[in-house]
Design a protein around this ligand. Structure first.
Ligand code: GLT
Ligand code: MN
Ligand code: MN
Length: 412
């Protein structure tokens, strides 16, 4: 093949994207509760060892492009859109009204707001630092985000306490830090109750997000389970207002079965918001788009969520790779991520209604014929062949994933 001139590359990407087929219309995509983060689309590809590969873009661009794709909800950090010095000032409200106009113009809703408590130098010793001034500032920031959230019509507030931890042990006393972090959340909830009352809106759902490694060396609340222990610790004045925003990859990173982590949140009634992406176990936070690494695991996750009527948002918290261009972010990265989500969600429906899986699961639950249940050998013998169905169900899910249940076959 001849070298492809820069002027012909967009057309090539477009032609091959179209050739892939299987794209859903924007109207179909809008039927799902999918949200697109400002920071994901505006991510320029930078990292510790990586210079940016894409141009900076603002909320106008992101909202307009999400609308074209059919992503109906938008999420943001305070500082994704408001410069740090403008927070809480008049300039903030000017920006917020511009965002409102843009959302309205393009028919999007703001579903979630989150406070950036990890990037700025002020958070070097975390938002729950020893200094009362830093903690006062953290309290101002989360209360301000609540104000902005209500103004934008958000339903959720997310907290990823990325810098709650340390590099070197000794100075930080963990129980103190956790109490101080709870103080900030308590301040946010108090403020929320006040504003919600004034605005005659329901209070926000405050969702904690854990990540096991990064950016601190040691993390005080590394997993969704740790977050749940924190919610039920007695440190929160409004534990009923606080739930979870698990991220698929953040659970996988520490070696968890994401589906089991989600199940633990479900049984506690705390699965309120969900960051969807993909990646690898025991690696850093690569934030790859959904389904590109673990599609079968994802199918399993969505079966669980569908069968428990999860009705919260699916937040596309991934980072388009550095190899994708500015244009590719909206022509390939986001539409294909949304379409893989929809496909996996619909497949999860197929799994739930599949007669083979259904009969196998029913049979497993029916168990073997009655025997003496004080006799281990007899109980084991009564189920010998029945338990083969575990593997058969896994095979059937694979078939559904690759379309083999509809007769697709391969042969040499
Ligand atoms: C940051 C993090 C994400 C969180 C965002 C919310 S910030 O990008 O890596 O997983 O969801 O604060
Ligand atoms: Mn996330
Ligand atoms: Mn992540």
């Amino acid at each position: 093949m001849k070298p492809v001139p820069a002027t012909k590359q967009q057309a090539l990407v477009d032609r091959l994207t179209k050739a892939c087929g299987g794209a859903y219309t924007a109207a179909t995509r809008r039927k799902y509760y999918i949200s697109g983060p400002q920071w994901a689309a505006a991510y320029q590809g930078q990292a510790l060892f990586h210079a940016p590969t894409r141009e900076a873009i603002g909320f106008e661009d992101v909202i307009r492009e999400y609308a074209k794709i059919g992503i109906g909800h938008w999420t943001t950090h305070d500082t994704d859109v408001i410069p740090t010095p403008a927070l809480g000032k008049d300039e903030q409200w000017t920006i917020v009204s511009l965002i409102q106009k843009s959302l309205k113009k393009h028919g999007l809703e703001c579903s979630m707001v989150t406070t950036e408590t990890f990037f700025h130098a002020v958070w070097a010793a975390s938002p729950a630092a020893e200094s009362p001034q830093v903690r006062e500032y953290a309290s101002f920031r989360v209360r301000n985000t609540v104000d902005v959230g209500h103004e934008l019509g958000a339903k959720f507030a997310v907290y990823w306490p990325g810098s709650l931890g340390y590099y070197t042990q000794g100075a930080v006393e963990e129980t103190e830090t956790l109490r101080w972090y709870a103080d900030a959340l308590n301040a946010a909830c108090e403020r929320d109750i006040e504003v919600a009352k004034k605005k005659k809106r329901p209070t926000l759902k405050h969702c904690l997000e854990a990540k096991p490694f990064e950016p601190q060396a040691e993390i005080l609340l590394p997993t969704s389970d740790a977050m749940m222990a924190f919610i039920f610790s007695g440190l929160l004045t409004h534990p009923e207002m606080v739930g979870l925003n698990p991220e698929y990859l953040h659970e996988l990173m520490w070696g968890a079965a994401p589906r089991a982590a989600l199940a633990r949140a479900l049984v506690a009634g705390k699965l309120w918001h969900f960051d969807i992406n993909d990646g690898y176990r025991l690696k850093h936070d690569v934030d790859i788009a959904i389904g590109l690494v673990n599609p079968l695991d994802w199918l399993n996750v969505l079966v669980l969520l569908r069968s428990h009527n999860y009705n919260g948002p699916f937040n596309l918290d991934y980072k388009p790779p550095r190899t994708t261009s500015n244009r590719g972010v909206f022509s390939v990265s986001f539409p294909t991520a949304v379409d893989r989500f929809i496909t996996l969600w619909e497949m999860a429906g197929d799994v739930i209604s599949d007669p083979i899986i259904k009969e196998a699961l029913d049979a497993l639950k029916a168990g073997g014929e009655p025997v003496d249940t004080r006799d281990a050998e007899a109980v084991t013998a009564a189920h010998r062949d029945l338990l083969t169905l575990h593997e058969l169900v896994a095979h059937r899910m694979f078939q559904i994933l690759v379309g083999a249940h509809r007769g697709r076959t391969f042969s040499a």
